[in-house]
Design a protein around this ligand. Structure first.
Ligand SMILES: [Fe+2]
Ligand SMILES: [Fe+2]
Length: 322
């Protein structure tokens, strides 16, 4: 019997459970190193000091609840999306990527759990989805396509997360949210390293048209992010964060990663950028030329109508009835 696809193909075993080889190659590559790092630096919300007083005004608490909503939603959809991509990585024989993504699921799970607890501590809930329709559009957009599309969406989302936690978490006075943000940032930096490595390997193999599709995806996501950020401009100001500077910093980082992985508007391929971290989001902002914000164009995509439908779509199957 051939060793390849040895467990797959029968009606009793859906394709989601097939693997390429029972005893695969496991190269000692950067993805395996990231898996070991992730597995060694575990933490949970129980390691944080929940007795420390919340150092925020009532208005700031309310603002944080609004600002956190897209991030909180993103933690859940990253967890669910990674669960959906994992069997595809195994089937493609990308074993070290699959191992890494297993640790990624745990990272996003603890971010989701910690933020849930933070909402309880604030005595508030996330913004209702009907008040931020762009959020469903964003997550619908990142679940389209193949493994590389998923990783590109993860990279984009992790850049947003990085700047969010630096600007609103580490840079603020609240000890609990500050410490939580520091812990989450360490995890997000591994996620970025994974996405960067994976795409630097895959993008050079792509046809120009495929690369252009990734550029379009990036620009779509930035338009949607811009529309979402506009909705929370007053909330961001409560923490002395300027929405335009925040968006500029995110865009500068996205452009940097675009060049590193071999995407650029002129399709000129990879650059010599060494990918050095661009530093805190509140440093002197770059002067990017991001795509023009167009809510109308961001609204073109049909989306699931509720969070349950979205999560079911991200997981690739229906959720069990309550
Ligand atoms: Fe996360
Ligand atoms: Fe992440």
């Amino acid at each position: 019997m051939s060793e390849r696809h040895v467990t797959g193909g029968s009606a009793a075993q859906p394709s989601a459970f097939r693997v390429a080889r029972v005893f695969p190659d496991l190269p000692d590559d950067l993805l395996l190193n990231l898996f070991h790092k992730g597995a060694k630096v575990q933490w949970t919300s129980r390691d944080l000091d929940w007795d420390s007083p919340v150092v925020m005004t009532d208005r700031q608490r309310e603002a944080l609840a609004h600002l956190l909503t897209p991030v909180y939603f993103g933690e859940q959809s990253a967890m669910a999306g990674a669960g959906g991509i994992l069997p595809k990585l195994l089937l493609a024989g990308e074993t070290t990527a699959a191992l890494y993504v297993s640790s990624f699921i745990m990272d996003e799970a603890r971010h989701f759990e910690a933020l849930t607890r933070l909402y309880r501590q604030l005595g508030l809930e996330p913004t209702k989805l009907r008040r931020i329709p762009e959020l469903l559009r964003y997550h619908h957009r990142i679940r389209q396509g193949d493994r590389a599309d998923w990783v590109w969406g993860i990279l984009f989302s992790d850049v947003i997360a990085k700047h969010f936690y630096r600007s609103f978490g580490v840079a603020q006075a609240d000890p609990l949210f500050g410490e939580m943000s520091k812990q989450i940032l360490k995890d997000e930096s591994r996620h970025l390293a994974f996405a960067d490595h994976y795409l630097r390997r895959e993008v050079p193999k792509m046809e120009p048209e495929r690369r252009r599709a990734l550029v379009e995806m990036r620009d779509d996501l930035f338009r949607i992010l811009s529309a979402m950020t506009e909705r929370v401009r007053a909330d961001a100001a409560q923490f002395e964060v300027d929405s335009d500077e925040y968006l500029a910093a995110v865009w500068a980082d996205i452009e940097k990663f675009s060049r590193r992985i071999g995407l650029s508007d002129d399709d000129s391929g990879p650059t010599d950028d060494d990918g050095t971290d661009s530093g805190p989001a509140r440093q002197e902002p770059a002067r990017p030329t991001p795509p023009v914000i167009s809510l109308a164009s961001a609204q073109k995509t049909a989306v699931p109508r509720c969070f349950g439908c979205l999560l079911a779509a991200l997981c690739g199957r229906r959720l069990a009835p309550a």
